[in-house]
Design a protein around this ligand. Structure first.
Ligand code: GTR
Length: 747
């Protein structure tokens, strides 16, 4: 597709963004030719990413610190091109005007300064200095931060730091003066603020009280993003603390986008068009093609101490994406021989910080500046070590011993009896893949263990966030899991039995089933408003249960996270079929991304058939951006391949055993879909889904259609291929709702 056609397509798909339109018109820029940009589904290796990415120019892996230094310059260039824009060289002259100076009763000197610099001194920057009393000849470490974090500076001063606070934040921002002073640069607002941090250091350099090799920078959220930028482009920074820097900070666009219910490129470049270079918006839905991603930005800090602080249930963060960044960047720290200089600081709750956290930031500074000793353990929240899993539990499985099959092998059965046999075998293979299920007791329900209001509020699903016309009830189910049922207001009192949806959420670590960074309504609200009872819960490792997967494979080396997800979903069906508010004959599963993977496996395990003790309880299934056919999904670079379910996410590690033998995977998406026959099934596979492009999905749907045809209902399996990328915005919600209404509302 040529660049102009790509742009037209993007403009059809993306919501209006006047700032971007203006830039396009003024600059005349076109997107890159995406056909020529290589795809990297997972975060490119920082030392061995191939000739076009991270490597020596000849494509060989970087194995020395010197090699890294050369490469680092190339990355800085790319960051400017795609993310932060070009900025001027450091000014050669800087005048500090002291506005006021006073010493308080503790001996701390407070000095307000304006820096004047740039052509004709047109650029200005206010800074507020807090200089603790020091002994003669003693130099203080510096805590550098933006005007919004003046209160953090108070703690730093108490801990013996000189604090330098500057007007490069929303609350005070002098950096517009830089634009006038330096025309002709396309730097973004965040980059200007980051550059302001460097001007503070220019000034600090002139002060006798400053210990120049102990300069720590920090900032929260948008200021965390700019703190990383200052660190990347200014080697005088000795240490950085990225506090909830999120999208465009420590979290990559690949791993934290709309498909993760995250703050993707689309949203951030539309809501904050000045923060990043408008070129980034070209990559919406094509994050796999980004020539540079945020792990590159973080890696620029190496080998300097870098603490990545993140809240577990913050809608603008993702613990999983953070872990991916950490694992990628840790290789660079290891190359430098200083792995303990990179750590994640997990904190409970949402976006806020409090003194306990800031004290830890200063502990980090103290520890690395040799002032005191504090322990920062390496803690990884999400299972990630497939090789270890394999060695511990499955080194004896030989994929080569499994028969070769095609996608349509089973589903091309020509008689019901043949299909029944195949289906029973599919169930067995699915059961094997999900792993040895531990003992299972039926839940007794009740209300003990329900989600308290303050937690629900943190998760964005408190009563205060309920739109008018909808009510929410909680129910305990399965293994002590809490579910939420959304219904139209008054439905309970009316005693009506509603058609029901089991909502299976995507890969959204921070907020589980509730999409906080989103476009349009939350799906549970959309559906409840339309007259459905919507059953929602967090999968293991997500939302309120974000820490639950941490030791999963130690606890259950032979089971799988997918197996646990299916067990929970199945337990949800148990309770749904018993509730008066729900019409047990009209329960439909709706899965998006990961949720689709769960729903497909749930369907197979819940299917009617010889092996089953009960009829399938689902009346239908809707899959949005579900998995590509496993055996066709072989291009790891492009989509992540089946490895994403094993090595990548550890969801279904056994699938990884077939990495080299995809034709021997014991079952495929076609078989799972066919298990739903003859029940209505919808597959939405957007044209630009980077994980599961239609050419890898449609063959599975068509293979499954044979089984529907066997039932004489070939058209009950519907595939839609909207011109879109992987997200669950209003248009795709509308497709789902329309399909649901046609099949389930009026019956
Ligand atoms: C949010 C933004 C986040 C983060 C935050 C903040 O609205 O989407 O990326 O920067 O603002 O700065 O508080």
């Amino acid at each position: 597709m040529d660049e102009r056609t790509t742009l037209n397509q993007l403009r059809r798909i993306l919501p209006a963004c006047p700032a971007w339109d203006n830039w396009l018109a003024e600059s005349g820029e076109l997107p890159p030719n995406f056909d020529q940009l290589p795809s990297r589904a997972r975060l490119p290796d920082l030392l061995n990413g191939g000739a076009d990415r991270a490597s020596q120019p000849d494509g060989r892996a970087i194995t020395t610190v010197a090699g890294w230094h050369d490469h680092r310059e190339r990355v800085k260039e790319r960051l400017q091109q795609w993310v932060v824009g070009r900025f001027p060289p450091a000014p050669d002259h800087l005048r500090a005007e002291v506005l006021s100076e006073q010493r308080d009763e503790t001996g701390t000197l407070q000095r307000d300064v304006v820096l004047h610099f740039g052509p004709d001194e047109r650029a200005v920057l206010r800074i507020w200095l807090f200089i603790p009393p020091t002994q003669a000849n003693e130099r203080a470490p510096v805590f550098l931060t933006q005007a919004s974090h003046r209160d953090w500076a108070l703690i730093a001063v108490r801990r013996g730091y000189m604090a330098c606070v500057y007007a490069g934040a929303d609350s005070a921002d002098d950096t517009d003066s830089f634009v006038t002073a330096y025309p002709g640069y396309d730097w973004t607002r965040l980059m200007r603020r980051a550059w302001a941090g460097s001007r503070c250091i220019d000034y600090l350099q002139t002060l006798p009280q400053v210990c120049m090799d102990q300069i720590a920078i920090t900032g929260h959220s948008r200021n965390g993003k700019q703190a990383l930028m200052t660190t990347a482009f200014d080697d005088r920074i000795s240490l950085v603390i990225s506090s909830s820097s999120g999208a465009g900070g420590a979290l990559s666009a690949r791993d934290f986008s709309e498909q993760h219910f995250g703050e993707g490129i689309e949203l951030i470049t539309r809501r904050f068009p000045e923060w990043f270079h408008p070129r980034m918006r070209f990559f919406v839905g094509r994050e796999d093609k980004l020539p540079v991603d945020m792990h590159d930005l973080v890696a620029m800090a190496a080998p300097r101490p870098c603490l990545l602080s993140i809240a577990l249930n913050d809608a603008v963060e993702s613990s999983w994406a953070m872990q991916q960044t950490y694992l990628a960047v840790q290789k660079v720290y290891e190359l430098h021989g200083v792995p303990d200089r990179l750590r994640i600081l997990w904190r409970p709750g949402s976006h806020e910080t409090w003194p306990t956290i800031i004290e830890r930031y200063l502990d980090w500074c103290d520890a690395h500046f040799g002032r005191a000793s504090y322990h920062f353990e390496e803690r990884l929240l999400h299972p990630h070590d497939w090789e270890r899993w394999r060695a511990a539990a499955h080194s004896d499985v030989r994929a080569a011993a499994f028969p070769v099959r095609t996608l349509a092998n089973r589903t091309s059965a020509t008689t019901f009896a043949d299909w029944e046999r195949e289906r029973a075998d599919v169930r067995q293979q699915v059961a094997w893949t999900l792993g040895d299920a531990p003992p299972h007791l039926a839940s007794s329900g009740g209300d003990y263990g329900e989600e308290p209001p303050h937690i629900a509020a943190t998760m964005g699903r408190g009563d205060a966030s309920l739109p008018a016309g909808i009510e929410k009830h909680q129910v305990m189910f399965g293994e002590y899991v809490c579910g939420d049922i959304y219904t139209p207001t008054g439905a309970y009192q009316a005693g009506r039995a509603l058609p029901a949806i089991l909502w299976l959420h995507p890969w959204s670590p921070a907020n589980g089933y509730a999409a906080l960074y989103r476009r349009g309504d939350q799906i549970q609200h959309t559906l409840a408003r339309a007259g459905y009872a919507v059953f929602c819960f967090d999968h293991i490792g997500f939302g309120r249960r974000v820490e639950e997967a941490e030791f999963f494979y130690r606890r259950h080396p032979n089971w799988s996270l997918l197996g646990k997800c299916v067990r929970d979903a199945s337990a949800a069906l148990d309770v749904m079929t018993r509730l008066r508010i729900i019409d047990a004959a009209r329960i439909v599963a709706l899965g998006y991304g990961l949720g689709s993977m769960v729903g497909l496996h749930l369907g197979a395990m819940d299917a009617p058939g010889a092996e089953s003790t009960q009829p399938g309880r689902l009346a239908g299934f809707a899959s949005v951006c579900g998995p590509a056919a496993f055996r066709l999904d072989t291009d790891v670079a492009r989509t992540g391949g089946i490895r994403r379910w094993s090595h990548g996410t550890m969801l279904a590690p056994k699938l990884g055993l077939f990495d080299a033998h995809p034709d021997r995977i014991p079952y495929d998406v076609s078989d799972l879909l066919a298990c739903f026959a003859p029940r209505p099934t919808l597959v939405i596979s957007p044209l630009l889904d980077r994980d599961a492009p239609p050419d890898l999905v449609t063959p599975a749907v068509e293979a499954a259609r044979h089984v529907y045809a066997l039932h004489g209902v070939a058209d009950r399996l519907t595939q839609m291929i909207p011109e879109d990328y992987n997200h669950f915005g209003p248009s795709q919600q509308a497709l789902v709702l329309d399909w649901l209404n046609r099949h389930f509302l009026s019956t």
